[in-house]
Design a protein around this ligand. Structure first.
Ligand code: FAD
Length: 278
């Protein structure tokens, strides 16, 4: 069982608890991106098991009236085992999801996976008529070129600052440089993309920049934030813009919860307070 303090960031261990959370979000005009927690499997069997759970999940979402899609990590569905395993399992998920009219996001992991992930995205989004999205990271110097390539493809692109500690030879290490790169990527996207822009950030300055660009170019966009982070802002923004919340669930919640707690001292205080209040 997930302890109540972890429930702020993780929607339980089962698909049923995750979908229950999605329903409460939808009631607040927020859509959901459901993610089964799991990564870096070194054999096919857990990867195939997670892929099977995603297929059931998209069927459940398809049968419901929920506004929800899914997001999958490449190393969760076999990338560490082999590119062919990843491609096969991804296609099984995307085929089922497309049948059910459920959108599929591909999360982006560290820079060693960027090429394989973008190639798989291109193949899937072309075959399945734009029913797929991929994440790109502003902290990688290569991303501007990647985004130029993605501009001509169907599907969606999620812009994030980047969560992985990358080598200085290929990445911006300084916060200001990452922010500058993020702003420039958004500028390029709002000017050149027809649609399909997702702004995956909690940063008020980046969100304001996206809104200004939307007003300047008229290009549609959506906002994406994590469960448990700036939830009040999510609700406020949802009144005016398309808002999606990333909703992780599953038995492998501990390392994800730990990352959320350690990334910000306010989160650490929240956990300590919850423990002391018991
Ligand atoms: P930061 O640069 O961390 O913070 C900037 C400002 O935002 C802060 O000063 C504060 O004002 C506000 N803020 C940030 N966090 C909080 C908080 N907890 N509470 C209150 N205010 C806050 N990364 C990947 O590498 N690959 C992915 O596939 C990926 N997918 C993602 C999907 C979604 C929906 C989101 C939201 C993020 C994803 N990320 C992913 C993570 C991303 O790369 C960043 O590491 C993460 O979002 C932190 O950057 P930020 O832009 O939110 O703001």
């Amino acid at each position: 069982m997930i302890p109540p303090i972890a429930n702020r960031f993780v929607a339980g261990e089962s698909p049923a608890t995750a979908l229950e959370h999605v329903r409460t979000l939808n009631d607040r005009n927020i859509n959901a991106i459901v993610n089964l927690l799991g990564e870096h499997y070194d054999s096919r069997s857990p990867a195939a098991a997670d892929a099977a759970e995603y297929r059931t999940l998209v069927a459940d979402i398809g049968d419901s009236n929920l506004e929800a899609c899914i997001s999958v990590k490449p190393s969760q569905i076999g990338l560490d085992v082999g590119e062919d395993v990843f491609r096969d399992l991804l296609e099984e998920i995307v085929a089922e999801a497309t049948d059910r009219d459920v959108f599929v996001w591909i999360d982006m992991e560290d820079h060693t996976t960027t090429d394989v992930t973008l190639d798989a995205f291109e193949a899937m989004t072309t075959t399945y008529d734009g029913n797929v999205g991929v994440c790109v990271q502003a902290n990688l110097e290569r991303t501007r070129e990647d985004v130029e390539r993605l501009a001509d493809l169907p599907g969606k692109v999620r812009f994030v600052k980047g969560a992985y500690d990358e080598p200085a030879e290929i990445a911006y290490k300084d916060k200001a440089a990452v922010n500058r790169a993020y702003r420039e990527l958004l500028e390029y996207a709002f000017e050149h993309f027809e649609d399909g822009i997702a702004v995956g950030s909690h940063d008020p300055a980046m969100i304001e920049h996206a809104i200004d660009l939307h007003e300047e170019y008229g290009t549609d966009f959506e906002l994406q934030m994590l469960m448990g982070v700036r939830e009040d802002a999510q609700e406020e923004l949802a009144a005016e813009y398309e808002m999606w919340q990333y909703v992780p669930y599953g038995g492998r919640w501990k390392s994800y919860f730990y990352r959320r707690v350690m990334e910000r001292k306010e989160n650490l205080f929240f956990v300590l307070r919850a423990i002391l209040d018991r």
